[in-house]
Write a protein that binds this ligand. Structure first.
Ligand code: ATP
Ligand code: FE
Length: 335
């Protein structure tokens, strides 16, 4: 089975080809333009997708050494995401499936962040059901119990900002360019995580809140720069390390709670923030400390990519779950 997958939910245009559960190609065109604005500008994202989609799909087919006539189905991200961005991928996938006369398969982007673990990997075994997934990305922070490929239930999620936003907004306060998450990670590795302490939110159950953290970082930085205008540049590593440490603690506390509540110790993380080195380490440490079995995606499958859409396409193809041509993009789309 050859699946061509298309992802265009936010600011990365991506296309991938899978042969069954094996990735043959996974091309990602990131959009530089948003850096200038300190965040994703939806109108510009949509326009860039329109420019990128044809060359990206061509490249994905060429790298996989596959002719489009060999394709078994076209999978695409239906949502959640930015409407203007989703529309580009959705319309492209629909017309390509129509033109080639192959089935069309719609994919939920957040399910894909979780099911990316089922892309064949020589070095790692996929999680076994039931497992807990923590999806940590630019738009979401969720703890999900995964009973089967398409039987998922959200146990807790953020009530305000997503964890990726917490990273990016903190980075912005420190004067770092967008997206700041990877930079906070980089500087954190050189700093002392206990140099500064920030309050943890008091949210019940398995839900999260990150907007208070951002505000307390802002006030703290404003106060300190009043006395010392160079405070941030002099303490950048320690600030990043302390912010990251606080975020990791918030995530790990809830994860511990979720394992206790469900009795499930098989844990998979997904989404862009699972690229974070501190989070990857904390999760690994949980294996010894709490007897967890952890699944950490390859970097390539953490941030937005079409290979994860392709694996969902393959899993749905096997179950005969197809979509008709009447399908439309869905900006809000719960797993
Ligand atoms: P969603 O998946 O919720 O729709 P998205 O697709 O925009 O959102 P992703 O591409 O999955 O989000 O993740 C992007 C986020 O990941 C950004 O906020 C970015 O800063 C963050 N991120 C990427 N790498 C790291 C890292 N090493 N440390 C911390 N954050 C990171
Ligand atoms: Fe994403």
């Amino acid at each position: 089975i050859y699946i061509l997958a298309i992802e265009s939910s936010c600011d990365d245009t991506s296309a991938a080809v899978l042969c069954n559960n094996t990735k043959l190609s996974n091309v990602v065109a990131a959009q530089k333009i948003h850096e200038e604005y300190g965040g994703v500008v939806p109108e510009l994202a949509s326009r860039a997708h329109q420019q990128n989609i044809v060359p990206v799909v061509h490249q994905a087919l060429a790298k996989a050494n596959i002719d489009k006539k060999q394709l078994s189905a076209i999978a695409f991200t239906r949502g959640p995401g930015l409407m203007g961005s989703l529309l580009v991928g959705t319309s492209f996938a629909k017309s390509m499936a129509l033109g080639l006369d192959v089935p069309l398969i719609e994919v939920n982007h957040m399910q894909a962040h979780i099911l990316a673990h089922f892309i064949k990997d020589e070095n790692n075994l996929p999680p076994s059901f039931p497992f807990l997934a923590m999806t940590i990305s630019g738009g979401h922070t969720q703890i999900v119990v995964v009973r089967d490929y398409f039987d998922m239930e959200i146990l807790g999620e953020t009530l305000d900002d997503a964890v990726g936003e917490a990273f990016d907004k903190s980075a912005k306060i420190l004067g770092l360019p967008y997206p700041g998450g990877p930079l906070v990670d980089k500087y954190a590795q050189l700093g002392n995580p206990k140099a500064f302490s920030f309050p943890k939110p008091k949210v019940g159950g398995l839900n999260f809140s990150f907007s208070g953290l951002k505000t307390s970082i802002l006030y703290f930085v404003q106060k300190m720069t009043k006395d010392d205008p160079n405070f941030v540049s002099e303490h950048l590593n320690d600030l990043c390390a302390s912010i990251q440490y606080t975020i990791i603690n918030i995530l790990m506390d809830k994860l511990k709670k979720a394992t206790k509540q469900t009795g499930i110790k098989d844990i998979a993380i997904g989404g862009g923030v699972s690229a974070n080195s501190g989070i990857r380490k904390a999760l690994k440490d949980g294996e010894k400390k709490y007897g967890w079995t952890t699944h950490i995606p390859k970097f390539e499958y953490c941030t937005d990519n079409a290979a994860m859409i392709g694996i969902v396409g393959y899993l749905k193809y096997k179950q005969g779950i197809f979509t008709d041509q009447g399908v439309t993009a869905k900006a809000r789309y719960v797993i």
